[in-house]
Design a protein around this ligand. Structure first.
Ligand code: MIG
Length: 730
């Protein structure tokens, strides 16, 4: 079924095999690219296997690097390992894990002679063997003969990424408060707990934008209910917080408790909105509330119904949510558990002397958790292909759940920007949802993973993302928290979260030194907020991820492309945080001249030094984190207040300028989609042989809507000397 060649605007081609499921990943209309059959794909050999799978393969040259694949373990350069796209709730993010919560089957092939992108749009299992089994071979195994493969031609990483975002759409813009500091913990059980936490931020004079509610705010884990016992004045709490500029984000779990009289259950049953089993009866499995049914987010009517449920929370003043357990996560299905128990009983009855068999039995019960058999036993009702097994569209569950929020808001609050984190994600979901990286651990290794995840996710379109600061599982130390805060100040999502079973990890939960370091980092975050927010807004246009690997900007520099423990934040900053216990310094590679600031606190800016391109050992005592500002770039720094709505009147502009540097500040009311009170201020600094000057120009809107009244320039020259001068804005 060869289609005729179309006038392509973007250098990309879709190669189709069979009748693929429409995932919704692609946002661009077909008329904008050419379409061919898979057999025409030239860069990869495609082969249909006897078992119905399709294998794409290609030999990698010695210099081939592979980037992308989103939320997977290991390096930013994905070569040398295997990855499996099949969303799973696995909280042990150890190096050998091939699947995590998200599925992002997009990568960029980069070698001396070629740069191109490949997106395998298939929502079931896809395995990428990137030089793992054969070190020179990239093999993609797709569990179907119905799929779309998009080939994106390009000339650079930047260019391929940009084209990819034309195809799958631009990321969403969350509200401004999404860029503030967020405190969370599974374990703020009562209203008093939550109020106590918020009060502590005031006592310790630490800015705060949001606090999260985990499972315990619900009545008996019933989604879209609120426990009157534990949160007797829920609504009052929300509005009291809101007057202080603090938002609340409750967790939303998809499992609906099977309970007569419970509204969500009754409505779902009445209208047939739940996922069904083989016989067509609602599928049952156990999650937090015990036995539950799962909404069928692939059915548009069910999705609309679920989306409308968020209105109850919106009406109370809540516009932030985190959709959890949406891989979907399953503790067990009665059938699955029965099978495991039977094996246990049978084996132990027959054999009283187990020996090595015991080791298999230890894992037997675990087999019923998140089992593939259960996914195969679940059925969606889809508009395009009727009844479809969950297993075949598995990776869409989280995306379609998030889409329900988007559709809900479109209908009941169309101009409101919501804050949304989703645990499970698929390509394209970034158009209407953010994400967090799930249950990491309080391990030093997960600091580096945080960077690697963010760099890989950015290439796949996920700009609004972040990891649990301090680590979700296990006890964290004050030092680990300090270093994590120093790293995460640059990430769009800046949230401290931990689980019920570990030590508390709020800024004050350790010693006074940790408290001071945390306060410094969080205040520094607020100083950066106008920069981060503006960079995010710019990124939506430029398609340059707000957090990216060095190789993205310095593509011709092989050394830069190999760096896994430094990253770029926006167009001005390079961060090289300390990521080892007791580390008091590190080697940093600079791909060009930078101004080095060992950030201790916002106010401490006396030791800044100009460093040339190359390797440097920089010291960083526990309270300090190495930051680098590019030559001919400037960094706006605000005076932090209580939250993302309160800043002091002076904006400092720090820079290393040898020629010209500009930065455009983007600001608006922070909450409307229509960007009310939008203002764009272009700030520039110019150095000539005998003068240095600062300028500003309003590109859009009115200066009076900005919180700033003057700009205080602090500009370094290549000789390391600084000049300071101030300009009034109004
Ligand atoms: O199985 O709601 O990733 O952030 O605190 C644990 C309790 C369920 C997993 C989420 C985590 C959340 C936790 N949830």
């Amino acid at each position: 079924m060869l289609q005729q060649k179309k006038e392509t605007q973007i250098p990309l081609t879709r190669y189709r095999l069979g009748k693929p499921f429409v995932t919704g990943a692609v946002a661009l209309g077909e008329s904008n690219f050419s379409c061919e059959t898979l057999s025409h794909l030239q860069v990869f050999t495609s082969e249909k296997q006897a078992d119905g799978t399709v294998v794409l393969s290609r030999t990698m040259t010695r210099d081939t690097e592979i980037f992308g694949l989103g939320q997977t373990m290991g390096n930013v350069n994905k070569r040398g390992a295997r990855y499996r796209m099949y969303a799973i709730d696995d909280f042990q993010h150890t190096p050998e894990k091939e699947s995590l919560y998200g599925s992002h089957p997009f990568f960029i092939w980069k070698s001396k002679s070629e740069v191109f992108g490949i997106f395998v749009d298939y929502p079931g299992e896809v395995i990428f063997d990137v030089g793992f089994s054969d070190c020179n071979k990239l093999t993609i195994t797709i569990a179907t003969a119905n799929l779309d493969v998009y080939f994106l031609q390009g000339s650079s990483l930047k260019n391929v990424t940009k084209n990819f975002l034309q195809l799958v759409g631009k990321p969403f813009l969350p509200p401004r408060w999404s860029f503030g500091y967020h405190q969370s913990r599974w374990g703020y059980v009562t209203q008093q707990d939550v109020e106590g936490i918020v009060a502590k931020f005031e006592t310790h004079q630490i800015p705060l934008d949001a606090v999260y509610l985990d499972l315990d705010y619900m009545d008996d884990f019933k989604v879209f209910t609120i426990s009157e016992e534990r949160f007797p004045k829920f609504k009052n709490m929300i509005s009291a917080f809101k007057t202080k500029g603090i938002r609340v984000a409750p967790i939303i779990d998809p499992g609906v408790k099977i309970e007569k009289g419970y509204e969500v259950y009754e409505q779902g049953m009445e209208q047939g909105f739940f996922i069904t089993d083989k016989e067509g009866k609602p599928f049952q499995a156990s999650v937090w509330p015990g036995l539950t049914h799962f909404p069928d987010f692939l059915n548009p009517k069910a999705r609309a119904w679920w989306g409308s449920k968020y209105k109850m929370l919106h009406d109370m003043g809540i516009d932030g949510f985190w959709n959890d357990m949406n891989e979907p996560a399953i503790f067990y299905s009665p059938e699955g558990l029965e099978k495991s128990v039977k094996t246990l009983v049978d084996t132990t009855t027959k054999d009283k002397n187990l020996g090595i068999k015991f080791l298999f039995l230890v894992d037997e019960i675990k087999k019923s958790q998140n089992s593939r058999d259960d996914m195969k036993a679940m059925y969606h009702q889809t508009p395009s292909q009727g009844r479809v097994s969950q297993d075949l569209v598995h990776n869409l569950f989280g995306m379609k759940m998030a889409e329900s929020v988007k559709e809900g808001y479109d209908s009941f609050a169309p101009d409101v920007r919501y804050h949304l984190l989703s645990r499970s994600t698929y390509i394209g979901q970034h158009r209407f949802s953010g994400m967090w990286t799930g249950d990491n651990a309080s391990w030093w290794e997960h600091l580096k993973l945080n960077i690697q995840h963010m760099c890989s996710l950015g290439l796949c379109g996920f700009y609004y993302a972040g990891a649990d600061i301090g680590g979700f599982s296990y006890d964290t130390s004050g030092e680990l928290l300090t270093r994590w805060n120093q790293l995460a100040v640059y990430m769009p999502l800046f949230r401290n979260h931990s689980n019920l079973f570990c030590k508390q990890q709020e800024p004050w939960a350790f010693d006074s030194e940790t408290l001071n370091h945390s306060r410094n980092s969080i205040r520094f975050r607020y100083a950066l907020l106008p920069y981060l927010y503006s960079s995010y807004v710019e990124a939506l246009e430029s398609c340059e991820p707000p957090i990216r690997m060095l190789g993205f900007d310095f593509e011709e520099d092989a050394r830069a492309r190999s760096i896994e423990d430094q990253f770029l934040c926006g167009s001005s900053l390079l961060a090289a945080p300390i990521m080892v216990n007791q580390g008091r310094g590190r080697v940093v590679y600079l791909p060009q001249t930078h101004l080095h600031w060992n950030v201790e606190s916002l106010e401490e800016r006396s030791q800044l030094k100009v460093l040339p391109k190359g390797d440097h050992y920089v010291e960083a005592p526990l309270g300090a984190s190495p930051l680098f500002l590019r030559e001919n770039a400037i960094l706006p720094l605000a005076e932090p207040g209580r939250n993302s709505d309160s800043f002091g009147p002076v904006m400092t502009v720090l820079g290393l300028v040898t020629d010209v540097a500009t930065f455009t500040l983007h600001w608006d009311d922070g909450q409307s989609k229509s960007l009310k009170e939008k203002c764009q201020l272009k700030i520039s600094v110019r150095r000539t042989k005998d003068s240095l000057s600062g300028h500003f120009e309003t590109l859009a809107g009115q200066l009076k809507t900005l919180p700033w009244r003057s700009i205080s320039f602090e500009i370094y020259g290549i000789d390391g000397n600084v000049q300071r001068f101030t300009k009034e804005l109004v």
